[in-house]
Design a protein around this ligand. Structure first.
Ligand code: HEC
Length: 99
């Protein structure tokens, strides 16, 4: 009985992280090619500024989620290509880039 409980607890602990979107993985797969692995890539012609910059970080999560969902200028819209969870996770990852 005790072993079953421990086994179930261990399974739940393993299953949880797999269910939530992994922001770092999403960012690496969908965003890093334009924004750089650490979000520091700058491309004046495209209008890309560092995601770590105050200008980006001062925007609310809702604003950043809207940009990623609907796109902005040359930034592609991801609303139809990523789940809301994945977009939220990617924005949470952008917060970790703040200097
Ligand atoms: C094809 C290249 C490309 C890809 C891929 C890309 N972006 Fe962008 N992103 C851009 C460009 C270009 C801009 C600048 C848009 C503008 O003119 O303001 C931008 C701007 C942004 C901004 C707003 C920054 C600001 O200026 O306020 C955020 C946030 C952002 N991107 C997040 C993401 C996330 C998250 C992903 C992955 C899901 C992603 N981007 C993927 C090109 C890209």
């Amino acid at each position: 009985m005790k072993k079953t409980v421990i086994a179930l607890a261990a399974m739940a602990a393993l299953a949880l992280p797999a269910m939530a979107a992994d922001g770092a993985a999403v960012y690496k797969a969908k965003c890093a090619m334009c924004h750089g692995a650490d979000g520091s890539k700058v491309n004046a012609a495209m209008g890309i500024k560092p995601l770590s910059s105050a200008e980006v970080q001062k925007q609310s999560d809702a604003q950043l989620i809207e940009i990623v969902t609907k796109g902005k200028a040359k930034m592609p819209a991801y609303g139809s290509r990523m789940s809301a969870d994945e977009i939220k996770a990617a924005v949470s990852f952008i917060r970790t880039l703040k200097k």
